[in-house]
Design a protein around this ligand. Sequence first.
Ligand code: NAP
Length: 258
Amino acid sequence: MKISVLGATGAMGGRVIKSALQSGHYVENKVASSDDISCLFSNTDVVIDFSSSIATERMLLYVKKHMPNIPIVIGTTGLSKIHIDLMENCSYFTPIFHAPNMSFVVSLINTLLALVAKILPSQEFDTEISEVHHKLKKDAPSGTALMFGKTIAEVRGDNFLDVANFIRYGIIDQRKTGEIGFSVQRCGRVIGKHKVSFVGNHENISIIHEAHSKEIYAVGAIHAAEWTYKQKPGLYDMRDLTKDAVLPIIKEMCEDLE
Ligand SMILES: NC(=O)c1ccc[n+]([C@@H]2O[C@H](COP(=O)([O-])OP(=O)(O)OC[C@H]3O[C@@H](n4cnc5c(N)ncnc54)[C@H](OP(=O)(O)O)[C@@H]3O)[C@@H](O)[C@H]2O)c1
């Protein structure tokens, strides 16, 4: 495949270029802040974006206006509703894949969290999400922590913003049923650590993911680009890709149990 990279001079962009070449793809266009966004869409099969919210917005506004029928994989974090609405608009005519965390293992954890949150009642198990990242990270909580929280709220039928608690300081009153508490640390060079705990009165369960290298996101983005290239227009995320990988295994396990 011919791949274009937005954010090509960045920490992630460099890794994406390396992973693309290692997987036998061509890197057609490398775009950064001094380049014209339109360059991204010339002679390419798929665009991969690891840049900034401003650059992502410019790219999506360009796509909305010019409608190039080229799949796009978006890894940039710190995006808001404006960006999600733009992605939805653009997904009517081209496949758009958006994931705040491109790691397949993180996505697998997201699936496990949905299962655990569905089985353990929120009245009995308090949910807490904590994350640690390096001191240069600009957004908080991380896109991954938010994704985990949204998954848990969704399977419980809760509105995420009603149950999420991002601030605890001073007199905070007692914990509300169904609350999802977030805590954030920014220090050193930590690549990314997430912990989700379901804490009951007599026992608790925690699921932890620790990234040892940023390569996992670059490899995941190439995998996502290969998958998105084959999809019809629409808005996709890691859950769709993971479902394709996990469902056949679950079906086989269920058949073995019967
Ligand atoms: N989804 C995931 O799995 C995942 C994993 C890691 C990181 N991320 C996210 O990916 C993004 C990039 O991370 P990073 O560590 O690579 O950041 P970085 O090192 O700061 O690189 C940012 C890149 O974006 C470019 N850029 C910034 N503003 C731009 C603009 N207005 N127009 C065009 N290009 C622009 C920069 O170009 P210049 O060099 O010209 O400024 C640079 O190439 C962040 O949002 C980060 O949180 C996501």
